[in-house]
Write a protein that binds this ligand. Structure first.
Ligand code: FE
Length: 231
């Protein structure tokens, strides 16, 4: 009987001893670790570039207002060749930049350019006196049709509105001109048009005096820069 109780006690003790580890194992239930996404780092912030008010605003440099630079001049430049005056010059032409008149026939031509010295300096207030035949090759020797003089501006620039002259016997298309710097010698010459068949058969023609021509719809845009002696 004693053995029975002893056995019961031992069994109880064993059971009790076993119960302790079981309790210990289940008591401190460690909380599962949850790795939370770092919200702040996972959300990409939109890139917004705001103007910084206290940052000095970049000042736009003022556009330099220069008339189209004469690109044809390399110092020292050669003087524009002189040519014969011909029989149809008349002094005292009216001062005007446009020789166009109502009802005038012919292809309109706007001729622009510069008057420069041989070191490519613009000549302000240079005189340009133009005269020419009409589109039928006729000069006005009684009045001043298609005759006029003007002066260059401070940049040495000029602009003439006229028509393309016609042919007359022995001559290709040409515009007569006298150019003179203030107080300088007078250059008398003529300007010619590219692609005119009669150029080569005209013994006055000089290719150094060809106007650069661009078609502009039904009219022509021409450029020519004069190189003259300043004094
Ligand atoms: Fe002529």
């Amino acid at each position: 009987m004693l053995r029975f109780f002893t056995g019961i006690l031992i069994l109880a003790a064993l059971l009790a001893g076993c119960a302790i580890p079981q309790g210990a194992a289940s008591a401190p239930t460690s909380a599962p670790e949850i790795t939370m996404p770092a919200a702040a780092s996972n959300i990409a912030e939109p890139t917004v570039t705001l103007p910084t008010e206290d940052q000095p605003t970049a000042v736009q440099p003022e556009a330099t207002q220069t008339a189209a630079s004469p690109v044809s001049c390399t110092s020292p430049a050669s003087l524009t060749p002189a040519l014969t005056e011909g029989p149809f010059f008349k002094a005292n032409s009216p001062e005007r930049a446009s020789l166009l008149e109502a009802g005038m026939s012919g292809t309109k031509l706007t001729l622009t350019g510069y008057v420069l010295t041989t070191d490519c300096q613009p000549v302000a207030h240079a005189l340009l006196d133009f005269w020419q035949a009409d589109s039928q090759g006729q000069y006005d020797n009684t009045g001043f049709t298609l005759r006029g003089h003007q002066y260059t501006d401070a940049n040495g620039h000029y602009q003439l509105e006229t028509v393309v002259p016609g042919l007359y016997p022995g001559r290709t298309e040409h515009i007569h001109v006298k150019v003179q710097a203030p107080g300088g010698p007078v250059l008398t010459s003529q300007l010619f048009f590219p692609g005119v068949t009669n150029n080569e058969s005209d013994n006055i023609y000089n290719p150094a005096l060809l106007i650069k021509i661009q078609e502009n719809g039904s009219s022509l845009q021409g450029t020519f820069d004069f190189i003259i002696a300043a004094q």
